[in-house]
Design a protein around this ligand. Structure first.
Ligand SMILES: [Zn+2]
Length: 167
């Protein structure tokens, strides 16, 4: 694991470019009433898949942005192996999504905001390290962190206000 280290081919600028697309997905999730998390999967300079959190919309606990983006990318590629791909997510992936990363193998994971409550890459666990498949992953956190975190804070602030108004 190479947290915060330079990822070679991808400069921080290009990471921000893709993270902005993930942020657009996150905003759309929030507008639909889901916790605003978005993700994209990129191969080289090609966007393969995008996803937004749709747990509420689809009534599906597995409909996390990363899962949907990985699935879309596999469909686009015609292969479940995403070895040379990068997964961008606005929020540090949870345990389930880290599991999907282990199975789909995108070797780079770039996230925006850490998730101290459920993040499974660096915050509550380091699931990609010493994994049973002996695969090496590169993890970079903090890309557009403020924007990614602010979107979440805004969402929950508005929920609380709405909840209060109903009382
Ligand atoms: Zn997840």
């Amino acid at each position: 694991m190479n947290l915060g280290a330079d990822l070679g081919a991808g400069s921080f600028g290009s990471h921000e470019r893709w993270m902005r697309l993930a942020l657009a997905e996150a905003r759309a999730a929030g507008e639909a009433g889901d916790v605003p998390v978005g993700a994209v999967v990129v191969q080289g300079d090609r966007l393969l898949g995008r996803g937004r959190n749709q747990v509420e919309v689809l009534k599906d606990p597995t409909a996390h942005a990363e899962i949907l983006a990985l699935g879309a990318a596999s469909t686009a590629l015609g292969d479940w192996r995403l070895d040379d791909c990068t997964l961008y997510s606005t929020l540090e992936p949870c345990t389930m999504c880290a599991g999907a990363v282990l199975l789909g193998r995108p070797r780079r994971i770039v996230f925006g905001a850490p998730d101290p409550r459920a993040g499974a890459l660096v915050s509550t666990a380091r699931l990609l390290e010493a994994n049973p498949y002996r695969l090496a992953f590169e993890v970079l956190g903090g890309v557009l962190e403020d924007e990614c975190a602010e979107l979440l804070r805004d969402f929950f602030r508005r929920l609380r206000v709405r909840g209060g108004a109903q009382d």
